[in-house]
Design a binder for this molecule. Sequence first.
Ligand code: SAM
Length: 200
Amino acid sequence: MDAASWDERYRGAELVWTAGPNRFVEEELAGLPVGRAVDLGAGEGRNALWLAERGWEVDAVDFSAVALDKAGRLAAERGVGLLRTVCADLTGWSAPEAPYDLALIAYLHLPWPQMAQVLRRAASAVRPGGTLLLVGHDAANLEHGHGGPQDPRVLYTAEQIAELWRPYADVLRAEAVTRPVTDADGSHAAVVVLVRAVRK
Ligand SMILES: C[S@@+](CC[C@H](N)C(=O)[O-])C[C@H]1O[C@@H](n2cnc3c(N)ncnc32)[C@H](O)[C@@H]1O
C-alpha cells in the first residue's frame, strides 16, 4: 500500500489500531532503561506514545501524515512531550547521526528487498549495546494462522529477520509466537514473528 492508501485508511476519528501498546512490544521493552528510540512505521503511535510516556525520547517515523497527525494529537491530549513525528518514506529513510538506543519495527510489511533495506538501516541506526525489536505477521498465517496481509511477498519469518540482523547484532529471540484472536468469525490463532537483538 502506498502513503495515499494508508492516509485513507487512517482518516476518520476512530483509531485503526489500539490505543495502548502491542502486547509483545510491552512485554519485551517494559524492563529496558529509557533512552532514545525510533519507531519505524509508527502509524498512530500506540507503541511510540507508550514508550514516550515511560520517559523515552521517541522519533515516530511513518509516511502517512494522517496517522502522524493522530499520534501528535494523542500526545498532546495525554501530555506526552517526548514524541517527535517524522513523515518519511522508510524506503528512502536513513537515521540521523546520533545513534538510537532502540529501534522498533511493529507490523511493517514491505516487499522483501525494501524490508531488508529498512532492517539494515534500523540496525545501523542503533548504538552498540542498543536493542532491535521486530514484531510482525508470520508468513505461516497464510496456511496455518489468521489475519495480516495475504500477499506472501510482504510476509516473513523470524529466521529471515534474524539472518538479516546477525551481521549487525546478537539475536536473543527469533520465534514464531501464537496469539489467540477472537473476531466476528470466532476464535483463531495468529502467528506472530518476534525478533529481539542487541547491536554489536
Ligand atoms: C500495520 S501499520 C502498523 C503501525 C504501528 N507500527 C503499530 O503497530 O500500530 C503499518 C504502518 O507502516 C506504515 N508504512 C508502510 N509502508 C511505509 C513506508 N514505505 N514508509 C513509511 N511508513 C510506511 C503505514 O503507513 C502504517 O502506518
